[in-house]
Every structure is written in C-alpha cells, then in structure tokens.
Design a protein around this ligand. Structure first.
Ligand code: Z5A
Length: 233
C-alpha cells in the first residue's frame, strides 16, 4: 500500500471521535488559533466539502432516505472521499495551507470497519485508492463515553441514520478509534469530557508538541517525513 505523508508543503490535521465528542467545535477553534498564528488555514469536513460529497452526505445521513447496506455505505463514503482529496485537500496542501478536517479516513475504519464489521484489509485497499495514499500529519481522536456525547446532542433534534444505530454500534466505533490510535504514531487520544475550553487547551498542546518545527517552516518546503505507518491488520 502506498502511504503519503510529508510530500507537500502544507499540513493536514484531522479531528475524529464519536457523535457529540466536540469535533466541529474544536475544529473551528483550532482553525482560529492557527489563523491567529498567521498560518493559511482551510477548514473542511467529511463526508461533504465538495458538490458530490454534500449530495452523498445527504444520502448517508438522512434517516428516511433509501435503504443502504454496509458495502454501499462504504463505497459512498469513499466516493465522497475521492473527490474531497482531489478537489480540496491536496490542492490546499500543495499551496502550503493547514487543512483542518472534521473527520477523514479513520471514521471509515471506525464506523464501517469496527461498527459495521467490514474487514480492515478490504477498507484499507479501497481507502488507499480513494485517498491516493494521503494520510493526515496528525489525527486528534476526541474521546468520551458515547452516552455523554449523545447527551450533548439530545436537545439538537432527531438523530440521523447512523446515530440511530444505537449504543452497541457506537461503543464499537469508540473502541475502534482507541485501538487504531494505539497503532498509529500520528494519532493521539484527547480526553474530551471537559469544558470546551479545557479540551481546546489539550488540543493546542498536542498540536504544538507534535507539529513542532512546522510553524516556522519556510513556505514551499516539503513537510518533514513522518514515521512510516504500521501495516494494517
Ligand atoms: N461517517 C462514516 O460512517 N464513515 C466515514 O468515513 C465518515 C463519516 C467520514 C457524519 O456526521 C456521520 O458520517 C457520522 C459518521 C459517518 N455519523 N453520524 N451520525 P457528522 O460529522 O456530521 O456528525 P457527528 O459526528 O455526529 O458530529 P456532531 O454530532 O456534530 O458531533 P461533534 O462535531 O463531535 O460535536 P460538536 O458539533 O462540536 O458538538 C455537539 C454539541 O455539544 C454542541 O451542542 C456543542 O455546543 C456541544 N459541545 C461541544 N463540545 C462540548 C464540551 N466540551 N462540553 C459540552 N458540550 C460541548
């Protein structure tokens, strides 16, 4: 499998986690903080971000939409990702931007892999094609019990199709994130049960520690090469 990190001048930061973990909140805050440091930032999310991606997002999340089996769900997510990487992420990285994304490939391993039971090998091969080998420079997994995440969203209207899968599904997803974070040197688990300001402090600390040296890298310089990813199981 090809694995590309460090080939372009920008940086690719991804926030992950179960529903209500605070990904959108922290992605926004992180992007503001990075802009405050004078860095060019592109904020985005998956699934979505592109014309086709937003259409696929509607299909995937709409509770009253058509029946979607696990293989179809996987391929829809990856179809959206193929456009996302080529239309948004790679062009931004090539121009030296810091891309902050609310979800990326780890969501697929967590939801379609650990959640739905599709093999990680199969996902890895298909995902590699969709991403053209692109990997995040840093993946921040915001972690909290799934019940706490759902409680944060309880006032926010009806659950979408995937949220409606129930607690056991979401617990498998959470376990998947923790397992994968333990295997990937570029992933870190951030406890996300505290106040937004506390979580933000932890996120900033991880980004500062792990992206050290990147702030002042001259524009146009390739990213320093990262440790090779371990083989997918
Ligand atoms: N999916 C997939 O299956 N496979 C894939 O490969 C990909 C995605 C890429 C996308 O939904 C769905 O697609 C997702 C997985 C699937 N499953 N579902 N459902 P999404 O990303 O649009 O929605 P989400 O993950 O469910 O996001 P969310 O519910 O919006 O959660 P969040 O972004 O982590 O949290 P938030 O929006 O920042 O905060 C939620 C609420 O909590 C809000 O009222 C905040 O004000 C509040 N909040 C945030 N932080 C805190 C703290 N620290 N304390 C208290 N309250 C807080």
């Amino acid at each position: 499998m090809t694995a590309e990190r460090g080939a372009t001048p920008g940086r690719f930061l991804v926030l992950e986690g179960v529903e209500g973990a605070g990904k959108s909140t922290q992605a926004r805050r992180l992007a503001e903080w990075l802009r405050g440091r004078g860095l060019p930032v592109v904020e985005t999310r998956e699934p979505g971000g592109t014309g086709v991606g937003e259409r696929i997002r509607e299909l995937l999340l709409h509770e009253r939409g058509p029946q979607i089996g696990a293989p179809t769900e996987l391929l829809l997510v990856l179809a959206a990702r193929a456009a996302f990487v080529r239309e948004i992420v790679k062009p931004a990285l090539e121009q030296g931007a810091w891309v902050v994304s609310d979800r990326f490939a780890p969501s697929t391993f967590a939801y379609q892999g650990f959640g739905r039971g599709i093999s990680r090998d199969r996902i890895a091969v298909l995902n590699d094609y969709a991403t053209d080998g692109l990997l995040p420079d840093l993946c921040l997994v915001l972690d909290l019990p799934v019940e706490d995440g759902l409680a944060r969203k309880s006032g926010g209207g009806p659950h979408d199709r995937i949220e409606s899968e129930g607690l056991d599904f979401l617990r498998r997803v959470r376990r998947g994130y923790l397992t994968m974070a333990g295997e990937d040197a570029q992933a870190v688990v951030v406890p996300a049960g505290g106040l937004p300001e506390e979580v933000e402090r932890l996120v900033r600390r991880e980004v500062s520690d792990r992206m050290a040296g990147a702030w002042n890298a001259p524009s146009g310089q390739p990213r320093p090469s990262a440790k090779p990813r371990r083989e997918e199981k």
